[in-house]
Design a protein around this ligand. Sequence first.
Ligand SMILES: C[S@@+](CC[C@H](N)C(=O)[O-])C[C@H]1O[C@@H](n2cnc3c(N)ncnc32)[C@H](O)[C@@H]1O
Length: 267
Amino acid sequence: MAFTTEGSADQPSVPAATQPSWIRPVSEGTEQATPNDYDSFAEAYSAENETSLLNAYYERPAMLNLAGDVAGRRILDAGCGSGPLSAALRDRGAVMTGFDSSAKLLELARRRLGDGADLHLADLTDPLPFPDAAFDDVVASLVLHYLEDWTAPLAELRRVLRPGGRLLVSVNHPFVDFLDAARSGGSYFGIRETREEWTLGGHTALMRFYGRPLHAMADAFTGAGFHITGIDEPSPAPEARELYPDVFADRPSGTFVCFLFFALQAG
Ligand SMILES: C[S@@+](CC[C@H](N)C(=O)[O-])C[C@H]1O[C@@H](n2cnc3c(N)ncnc32)[C@H](O)[C@@H]1O
C-alpha cells in the first residue's frame, strides 16, 4: 500500500508518503520469509489497525459509509482479520459471519466478538464453507490485493451472495501502485507483484501484493457476474487531519489517495 514520496530533478514532486514508517522496501534477510504471515504478527497488526490513519480513519469509515443501513442484513466479512469491521457492522444491526486465513487473527476476532461469533478459518483462494446465496452482502476490506488471480475467489463470493446482493471491496489504488512500479520502470498494465517489509511489535514480516490496472479489476468483477454500481475515492475521516498532523502538514486537501472502493451487485 505504498504512496510515492519526494520528487527529483526529472521527476515531479508529489505530496509526502501516506505510507507509515513501519513499511519499508524489502531488505536482505527478509526476502526468504514466508509472505503475508499474519499469524507471526497478529497482535501487533491488530493493535495498529485499531487506531491507524489508513484503517481506522480512512478505510473503515469509507466502508461503513458504502455499506449504509445494514440493519438485519446477513453480511460476510471476507478476510475479517481481528474483526474491527465486523464489530462496527454488528453494532449497526447486521448479522455477521467472518472468515480469514490467519488463525491468530481469528482468535483475536473471537476475543472481540465473543464466543458465539460465526467465524471460520478459510482461504479465499479455496471453495468457501458457506451454502449458495447465504448472504445479503459481502465486505472484502483490503484482502483482494493479496491474490494473484481473482477469478475463483470472485466466483465464490458471487456464489455465496443472493442474487441482487452486494459485494463491497477496498483495494490498493491502482494509480498509487503504479506510481511505485513506475519508479523501477514497471508497467501500469498487467499484474504486478510487489513486496514490502512490515515491522510491527518488533517483528518484521514480508508482505506480497498483486497490483493490477483498473480495467483488469473491472473485467474481473463483471466476468464473475457483478455489476459495478459505484466506485469511490473517499477522503480520510474529518478528524484525521487533527489526529495525524505530521502526515497532513505538507499535504493540501485533495492529495491523499491510497485505496479504491467498489460497490458491486450480484447479477
Ligand atoms: C490488511 S488485512 C485487513 C483485515 C480486515 N479486513 C480489516 O480491514 O481490518 C488483510 C487480511 O486479509 C487476510 N487474508 C489475506 N489473504 C487471504 C486469503 N487468501 N484468504 C483469507 N484471508 C486472507 C489476512 O489474514 C488479513 O486478515
